[in-house]
Design a binder for this molecule. Sequence first.
Ligand code: GDP
Length: 319
Amino acid sequence: MISFFGKKNNEAKPAAEPEEKQGFFSRMRDAVTRTRESFSTRINDLVAMTREVDEAALEDLEAALLTSDIGVQTTTEILDALRERAKRQAIDGGAELKQLLKEQLLVILEAPATQHAMPAEPPRVTFLVGVNGTGKTTTSGKLAAWLRDQNRSVLLCAADTFRAAAIEQLEVWAARSGVEMIKTRQGGDPAAVLYDATSAAKARKVDEVLVDTAGRLHTKSGLMDELEKMRRTAAKLHEVLLVLDATTGQNGLQQARQFTQAAGVTGIVLTKLDGTAKGGIAVAIARELKLPVRFVGVGEQMGDLLEFDPAAFVDALLG
Ligand code: GDP
């Protein structure tokens, strides 16, 4: 697995215990329970009933993929590849069809190249962007705790000066995860607080600055301009993580598509995976936005953020 630091996880953390791994897999499995229930059950029925992979079997598979919000475009592509394969050499029954499907999903999820710009000098600056309510503030707090667990020092920057209570909410997360936070008053200039945060991080040699930004729609040009100003302020901007609510499925994807162009997004955090049967959206993101899913949110607590692992995800979905 490639980590957030661009190293193989086993290089970064050689001491990863099998138990810890086990915990990770079972948490991923739990998180996609609802998606698996609707998706995998249909596919397993199909596998059990299919001796010969014919057009009817492929159409059943197509319907199953569409219900999990993998999307028309991605589903069509997967089906075309399987159909081609079936034409060239017979697919030997449902079990092989499922195996080929898993391989297809994995290829799609692993395709987006992940940028791992690690600055020569700390801090690394990561923006969390997205529309209101997707989980930006919560994810900022969880990510701070996750990075702390990786022995990285973290500074939180409360740059959502727009939404009432966002600063207080982030303050609670900062206290919980035991990291410092730089803030200004509500309505203050987010670029100024960002400048303060990066200066403080530089002076204190802090590894990571996480910037919680105001929720915005790509259509709100004032707020997008503000984001652009912040991007210029953070001359050393290294990651822009778009926080996307998995429960919004294909609608969220549409929003993300436009957002990605406007905000220079480098990766996705897919939140609320625990509360949806639309987990297939992760596949659509990789295929259609050509962006890596970096983390998934699997609950409301501090530890409910998992680094995304395509193989674990596919196994959890279809295992
Ligand atoms: P923001 O407006 O983007 O900053 O969104 P918030 O961080 O305030 O989150 C909005 C709501 O979503 C809150 O009630 C969070 O507890 C909830 N939330 C965020 N991430 C997750 C997640 O991964 N799973 C679940 N179940 N809820 C989440």
